[in-house]
Design a binder for this molecule. Structure first.
Ligand code: PEP
Ligand code: MG
Length: 309
């Protein structure tokens, strides 16, 4: 986006013809939340709660969690925020939750899988989140990381609703979940795509390993085709499907994502205005044309070239 376009973003995520694509912030601490609010985020699309506890040796109490989450959510009083339940394991081990040594931690008991063995930890976190919703005044939804099946999504939604939280969603980070996006949206209120993990699992390429970084490129047409399935599911069900991985922070790719039918984009604070301005400079038809052009390419360079202004 040009400087002129940047100056024009009015803080409401939308294409120039008024198609809404909400622009949210990714946060993990009170400082992140203030930065996102200052940058004009319309809400929070991903609160990584595990970031609060990377150094904790014991499970924090419900009261401690409630205070920690309230501190992060307070800048978003009256605004939509999506709190993600603990995403422990693999690249983000938590001392009080992480499984014993596993041969392949990225494929092991991580994310929501931890909760199947220890649902009481999830229930205590949900109680704390419900309390933080009251204390912060934010409009809170909750979502689970690393969901593979419709059955897992339904199991999570039941527990969220039992905790008195109005909206339950899941992340789409595993190809099987992308392939079942429509059925998953049948049992939850929204989905949010974690493109970092979705790319890792789609290309069987460790997201932390530089040697395979070219596979973990969000412009890979194979990944874009999975994203199209998710956009189609959002259109078919009328439910929201956002993107909260790094892909959402690329102002050109943001247009492709909007064109594919994704309904919100969530990113770190520095990208918020640029992405908002990029959306404001295109029509929905422009975005759809860019998405179509990218989808029929055979490699990331061609996908980028096909969408260049
Ligand atoms: C992702 O996987 O894209 C994501 C947003 O979650 P995290 O980066 O925390 O794994
Ligand atoms: Mg992830």
């Amino acid at each position: 986006a040009t400087v002129a376009q940047l100056a024009e973003w009015n803080g409401t995520g939308a294409t120039s013809d008024g198609h809404r694509v909400k622009v949210y912030g990714n946060v993990g601490s009170p400082a992140d939340a203030r930065a996102a609010a200052d940058a004009g985020a319309e809400g929070v699309g991903l609160f990584r709660t595990e970031f609060c506890y990377l150094d904790a040796s014991d499970e924090p109490s419900v009261a401690e969690q409630r205070a920690a989450y309230t501190a992060v959510l307070s800048p978003f009083r009256g605004k939509p925020v999506i709190v993600r339940t603990l995403d422990a394991g693999a690249d983000k081990p938590l001392a009080f939750l992480s499984p014993e040594a596993e041969p392949n931690p990225a494929l092991g008991v991580r994310g929501l899988r931890v909760a199947f063995d220890r649902p009481e930890v999830l229930d205590r976190q949900l109680e704390a989140i419900a309390g933080a919703a009251v204390d912060s005044g934010a409009d809170v939804s909750v979502m689970a990381p690393m969901v593979a099946t419709v059955e897992e999504a339904a199991w999570f939604a039941v527990r969220v609703r039992a905790a008195g939280i109005a909206r339950a969603g899941v992340m789409i980070e595993i190809p099987a979940a992308a392939l079942s996006a429509r059925e998953i949206l049948g049992v939850v209120d929204f989905v949010s795509v974690g493109t970092n993990d979705l790319a890792q699992y789609t290309f069987a390429a460790d997201r932390q390993l530089g040697a395979v970084a070219q596979l973990n490129d969000p412009w890979q047409p194979g990944l874009l085709r999975l994203l199209k399935l998710i956009g189609d599911a959002a259109k078919a069900t009328g439910k929201p499907a956002g993107v909260c991985g790094e892909a959402a922070a690329d102002p050109r790719l943001a247009l492709v994502l909007a064109g594919l039918g994704l309904t919100s984009l969530s990113m770190n604070a520095p990208a918020i205005r640029t992405v908002g301005a990029s959306l404001a400079a295109a029509t929905l038809a422009d975005c759809e044309a860019l998405a179509e052009a990218a989808l029929v390419t055979s490699d990331p360079a061609a996908a980028r070239a096909a969408t260049r202004p």
